[in-house]
Design a binder for this molecule. Sequence first.
Ligand code: ADP
Ligand code: PLP
Length: 272
Amino acid sequence: MSTHDKPAPPIALAIAGSEASGGAGAQTDLKTFQQLGVYGCVALTCIVSMDPKNDFDHRVVGIEPQVILDQIEANVGVHAGIDAVKIGMLGSLPVIEAVDEALGRYALPTVVLDPVLVCKGQEFAGAKAVDDALRSKILPRATMTTPNLFETATLAGVEEITTVEALKDAAKRIHDQGVPNVLAKAGPSLGTGTALDVFYDGTTLEVLEVPAVGTERVHGAGCTLAAAVTAELAKGATPLEAAVTAKDVVAASIGMRGNIPFPYVYQGWYSA
Ligand SMILES: Nc1ncnc2c1ncn2[C@@H]1O[C@H](COP(=O)(O)OP(=O)(O)O)[C@@H](O)[C@H]1O
Ligand SMILES: Cc1ncc(COP(=O)(O)O)c(C=O)c1O
């Protein structure tokens, strides 16, 4: 077989921010796509640099909406078919509007929305407008969404989620807003000793659990999970199969080293 006859790889596009240290955001997405045998491309939405002098506070610089549109145009132009799209941190109203426009213009298929409202440990201030726009513009375009506990409560319009039953109920409420597949993540936060998430597709309601690695929430876990879901969907897995595989990928990759005070996901590094 000559080089030109090789089968084309599945292709996934990440519309996401850069997290300079490589543990979250677009870097995570590309590494996870590669790990799972999917070719990755990116449209960068912002640049995040954590500040070691200030408790790893997130310094965020947005990318011009037109530049984001140019990147998506480039990817659609170069790749004959994009099989799945992962949406991570969008961060501002103009960026959400640009991404909404591009998803419509290019009719991009199989959209996985990780509805990043606020990074772990950061203030929620100013996120209300982003929340509203994500809900009204991007959520209706999603094939699957992967909100964490806080994002699940926000999207479902409930005060707080402290039990598995409440998480199931919230997943259903988000589904009822028109998202075909919901993976609502509690991780280790419900005190079950497991990393627990709820999958709901309108028919099947599954509690997905793997042994928790430690008891803390993990930097980059959500990005890695959504990227792994996207890669598996790009390869043709069902949403539930993709969720099950993605949870194993995340749990296998969690580690702790370096100067950071929180656990971290080393995509592909600790996996078998
Ligand atoms: N300590 C942990 N051990 C194993 N899996 C975890 C752990 N923390 C989170 N996860 C899993 O990682 C994924 C991301 O969860 P979470 O951290 O809640 O998302 P986010 O990063 O969006 O806040 C979920 O599948 C969750 O169950
Ligand atoms: C660019 C970017 N996207 C997404 C996230 C969300 O990361 P997590 O998976 O830890 O919620 C972060 C957090 O630092 C980030 O910097």
